[in-house]
Design a protein around this ligand. Structure first.
Ligand code: ADP
Length: 246
């Protein structure tokens, strides 16, 4: 039995809207992502998937329950431990054009986390960034381009290389393929499957599209109205009366 890398224990998180109304983001989440495992979360818009992603990387704290990484409660980590956690869990968001700087070349976007985490000398960082870009199958001609000079798929590869730079154990993908067309999504699923294998990564793969999550993951969980409704077997997510929230 492999070790639990990430574990949600009865996690709840709600938001307060104007007028004092409380909106549940996620409710009563029990979830485990084991070492080298790929877990897919799918469900309609508003189901709580992004809230789950933000809780997994420690961007948000639960109101109830615990999120643990390697048995440690994220809410109890000191500044230094949080810093090293940031290396171990990385995230890829939906739209790389929004979070890759328009002023930065691809290679400097990929090298930047290495600088932030003080990994290697300047020369080593550039060399490592080139290796990472080869790993995600970006051609050398893409290295000095800025996001607006790259295709959507190439931008997302830059974002993946950047996320891999600090050497994470867990990669969270929050709708990471949603802005790509179908052939690009297929290629990206192949890439993520290969990276997972070669780098012994765990994946928490979030998608509104069950088919995409299914193509990549060992296990699927369906989310609806903040809860995980079904998990496990092959027909997961096909049962249960989940209607899209208004
Ligand atoms: P999904 O990613 O599945 O579309 P989200 O996690 O974005 O779902 O949202 C779940 C619920 O939490 C929704 O009702 C949404 O409106 C609410 N929500 C999420 N983030 C916030 C926030 N920062 N402030 C207020 N409400 C939020």
């Amino acid at each position: 039995m492999t070790m639990a890398l990430l574990r949600f224990e009865r996690v709840g998180k709600s938001y307060r809207r104007g007028g004092g109304e409380t909106v549940p983001g996620v409710r009563d989440i029990d979830l485990e992502v084991r070492d080298r495992e790929a877990v897919g979360i799918f469900g309609p818009s508003g189901a709580g998937k992004s809230t789950l992603a933000r809780l997994a990387i420690g961007f948000e704290r639960p109101d109830r329950g615990r999120v643990r990484f390697r048995h440690r409660d994220l809410a109890e980590l000191g500044a230094e431990e949080l810093w090293s956690l940031r290396r171990s869990i990385q995230i890829v968001w939906q739209d790389p054009a929004v979070y890759l700087s328009p002023y930065q070349s691809a290679v400097s976007s990929v090298a930047e986390p290495l600088e932030v985490f003080r990994i290697g000398s300047r020369e080593e960082r550039v060399r490592r960034a080139h290796d990472l870009m080869d790993l995600v199958e970006l051609p050398p001609s893409a290295r000095d381009r800025r996001p607006y000079e790259l295709s959507g798929g190439q931008c997302q590869r830059v974002a993946i290389a950047r996320a891999l730079a600090p050497g994470p154990r867990l990669l969270v993908c929050d709708e990471a393929l949603a802005s790509l067309d179908l052939p690009q999504q297929v290629r990206m699923v192949e890439l993520l499957a290969r990276l997972r294998d070669e780098l012994a990564l765990s994946l928490l793969f979030i998608s509104h599209d069950r088919a995409v999550a299914r193509a990549l993951c060992d296990r699927l969980c369906r989310m609806c109205e903040g809860r995980i409704e079904a998990a496990g077997g092959d027909d997961d997510g096909e049962r249960g009366g989940c209607s899209a929230p208004a």
